[in-house]
Design a protein around this ligand. Structure first.
Ligand code: KIV
Length: 295
């Protein structure tokens, strides 16, 4: 029965169950970062399964060197903008640096903000065995959590830079143990970032939840990219694992230059961009201006 509260077809809305079924059926899952309303609309139109309000917004939108300065207030604001545009895809929001590491209670309070104020469907946090208890606290509260292991940008200093992880036997075993700990703590999916493809493949087969790779090869259940990397909109560097699907940076610069040239040449605005005034009003206005002023 159709109720007046039903906004869109529930069959269309991607849920964590949809993702689990996709893994079972071997259907690849697509995820992209989104930080604003227009991007959210386009992600739904393109029928991607997930949008991530990632803390990468600190770097690609706000120009910070790392994700560390990102605050909860910034995350909530961007999440709200994405929520307004997103109806179908699952909306995941990052818990930023030091918003969940202090205590499980802090993690719950901040995850609740992303869900209640930001409108997110789920939260993501970085780390494996060390955050498993925190993740369990969230999932037992009924919060959907996505894990993130391998290269974890919030630990950039401890890792000695943005470096591929899991290259030695010990390190690879550690990443696998991290993924297993998150699965046991109840995550619905795990991002595998910056690890060798064969390791990602092994982890993907070892865990029951979908793995979403970024710089982790084709063996993952799905892929995620930072939108600015995919579109050629980030000026500093493009990681080698990124496929650039468009050069919007060049397209935008070209458009800005053309606009500047039109303004300088007075060819913009043209007649079709102007508002007209009736001859009657114009003549009256001119007559008023020409009339000598009286005391
Ligand atoms: O913050 C982010 O955009 C991310 C992706 C790189 C997975 O965590």
């Amino acid at each position: 029965m159709q109720t007046h509260r039903k906004v869109h077809n529930a069959m269309d809305k991607v849920t964590i169950h949809t993702l689990r079924q996709m893994k079972t059926r071997g259907e690849p899952i697509s995820m992209l970062t989104a930080y604003d309303y227009p991007t959210a609309l386009l992600i739904d139109q393109a029928k991607l399964e997930m949008a991530l309000v990632g803390d990468t917004l600190g770097m690609v939108v706000h120009g910070f060197e790392t994700t560390l300065p990102v605050t909860m207030d910034m995350m909530v604001l961007h999440c709200q903008a994405v929520r307004r545009g997103l109806k179908r895809a699952l909306l995941v929001a990052d818990l930023p640096f030091m918003s969940y590491q202090i205590s499980p209670e802090q993690a719950k309070a901040n995850a609740a903000r992303l869900l209640a104020e930001g409108g997110a469907d789920a939260v993501k946090l970085e780390g494996g065995q060390t955050v498993a208890a925190t993740v369990r606290g969230l999932t037992e509260t009924g919060i959907a959590v996505m894990g993130h292991v391998g290269l974890t940008p919030q630990s950039v200093s401890a890792m000695g830079g943005f470096k591929v992880q899991g290259k030695t036997l010990e390190a690879a075993q550690h990443v696998l143990d991290d993924a297993r700990a998150l699965e046991a703590a109840g995550v619905f999916a795990i991002v595998l970032e910056g690890i060798p493809a064969p390791l990602a493949d092994i982890i993907t087969r070892a865990v029951s939840v979908p793995t979403i790779g970024i710089g982790a090869g084709a063996g993952c259940d799905g892929q995620v990219l930072v939108m600015h990397d995919l579109l050629g909109l980030y000026d500093r560097f493009v990681p080698s694992f990124v496929k650039q699907y468009a050069d919007l940076g060049a397209a935008m610069r070209g458009a800005f230059e053309a606009y500047r040239d039109d303004v300088r040449a007075r060819t913009f605005p043209a007649a079709e961009h102007e508002f007209s005034l009736s001859d009657e009003v114009l003549q009256a206005l001119r007559a008023h201006l020409d009339a000598p002023e009286t005391e």
